[in-house]
Design a protein. Structure first.
Length: 129
């Protein structure tokens, strides 16, 4: 079981995210910033290509098209499934900036799919919060 925001958690995320259905043309390079955590701020990134997570890591990805920023508590609520990411965005709890905001729209079919919800559930089961 990997601790949330650790390398082991990233590895679990990559393994599960690679099994998502192929959705040609849907993707983005995303940096995540989680603020106000018990150990300070944390950064990680995802690269989504054709609807699948092709890469993920700790730190910041140069050339990312989107930056998603949220507090530790809100990010944990999203990861545990008690807060929907789309709802968090609409409530202003998830802030999104970037060079190509159309990429955000490309993620909606992915993040609202049953497969993504299953991925979130499996990842939460493998994660120590």
């Amino acid at each position: 079981m990997g601790k949330w925001l650790s390398q082991e958690w990233i590895d679990d995320t990559k393994a599960l995210g690679g099994d998502m259905p192929v959705r040609p043309g849907l993707g983005a390079k995303i940096n995540y910033l989680v603020t106000d955590g018990p150990e300070g701020d944390a950064q990680y990134f995802w690269v989504v290509e054709d609807g699948r997570l092709s890469d993920a890591g700790l730190g910041e990805l140069e050339g990312a098209e989107l930056q998603m920023t949220m507090t530790y508590e809100d990010a944990r609520s999203i990861q545990t499934g008690s807060l929907d990411a789309n709802t968090a965005f609409m409530q202003g709890k998830l802030k999104v900036t970037g060079s190509d905001m159309s990429k955000l729209l490309q993620l909606l079919p992915i993040t609202s799919s049953p497969e993504y919800r299953t991925l979130e559930t499996k990842l939460a089961e493998l994660t120590e919060f």
